[in-house]
Ligand binder design. Structure first.
Ligand code: SAM
Length: 301
């Protein structure tokens, strides 16, 4: 069969990622096939201790980085969203790569005060709640429509001590250093959507990538101003381009004194070759969902 031609955006992405010919072919094949989603179910506070979801799941600790209270439906099984327990908010469904992006929370002490700056529809907040008790949590979303979905999910899944807010990052920054932990799961070009079979025109274009990188730098500068001394800031995206990932983190580390990137031994196999500080990337051909990026920063005491 004839090989499909490689587009300009695809070629630029593979070059920026420094991929070998073989790795490039695998990434492009995954983006074209759109079949890399792997669903995961995270139990919510509504699920009692010892609860097991009603659908057939992979058993045991499948991956060392898998957060607690996460179950992986067996591929090809009946839809996990078809059960009454799902409607009752006992578990929340997301892509496995979202779970991977939150693995860094294992390295963070239980926060007294936490902020999810870009929270809708609520996946990262659910993953935080699965890892640490929420003591005082702000789930923030600037987009009003998405904020309604976030509120529905927060209430439906019974998240305690959680307030849904709608401030811009610069408004949070003006409120001061209030939080032990801030999650910045930033809006991005969403290149991994292609691997889930979702159309995302323009996501490989330089203008889309650069526009998102500019917004991400602004969000991150604001986010650093919200963290108490000694606290943590977790940055994540569901896109591949280094401009929106390693380069955003390098910019923050250069611009804001007193921060370091934290080494995450559980994610050692995913360490980015594109940064001289600890940063981690997942690509779709690694079999853990559509892919993403994460980097945990800690502020000096
Ligand atoms: C990747 S999504 C968040 C996904 C969510 N954390 C989850 O796990 O379910 C990024 C969110 O950032 C919001 N957003 C867009 N522009 C923003 C901005 N300038 N500042 C903060 N958030 C923004 C979007 O509306 C979107 O809901």
């Amino acid at each position: 069969m004839e090989e499909p031609t490689v587009g300009k955006g695809e070629a630029r992405l593979c070059a920026r990622l420094g991929l070998s010919a073989e790795e490039s072919a695998a990434l492009l094949a995954a983006m074209r096939a759109g079949a890399s989603s792997r669903s995961a179910a995270v139990l919510t506070p509504r699920a009692p201790q010892g609860y097991v979801p009603p659908f057939p799941c992979a058993e045991g600790a499948v991956y060392p980085w898998l957060p607690p209270r996460v179950f992986l439906p067996r591929p090809g099984e009946e839809k996990p969203t078809a059960y009454e327990d799902y409607r009752a908010g006992m578990y929340y469904m997301l892509d496995l790569s979202s779970c991977w992006e939150s693995a860094a929370l294992a390295a963070v002490p239980p926060p007294e005060r936490s902020l999810d700056l870009c929270a809708a529809p609520g996946g990262k907040t659910m993953l935080l709640a699965a890892r640490h008790p929420l003591q005082y949590h702000m789930a923030n979303e600037v987009n009003p429509g998405r904020r309604m979905t976030l509120r529905k999910n927060v209430e439906g899944c019974g998240l305690p001590n959680t307030e849904v807010m709608g401030l811009r990052p610069d408004q949070w920054a003006r409120s001061g250093e209030l939080f032990d932990l801030v999650l910045a799961d930033a809006p991005c070009s969403g290149q991994s959507l292609l691997c889930k079979g979702v159309k995302n025109p323009g996501c490989l274009s330089a203008s889309m990538v650069n526009g998102n990188a500019k917004r991400q730098r602004g969000i991150m500068l604001a986010a650093t101003a919200c963290v108490r001394p000694g606290g943590h800031l977790l940055y994540s995206t569901c896109t591949y381009d280094p401009e929106e990932n390693e380069k955003v983190m390098a910019y923050v580390l250069r611009r804001v004194p007193g921060w370091r990137a934290v080494e995450l031994p559980q994610l050692a196999a995913f360490r980015s070759r594109l940064a001289d500080f600890p940063a981690y990337r997942l690509l779709p051909m690694q079999g853990c969902g559509a892919g993403g990026f994460c980097c945990l920063l800690q502020r000096e005491v």
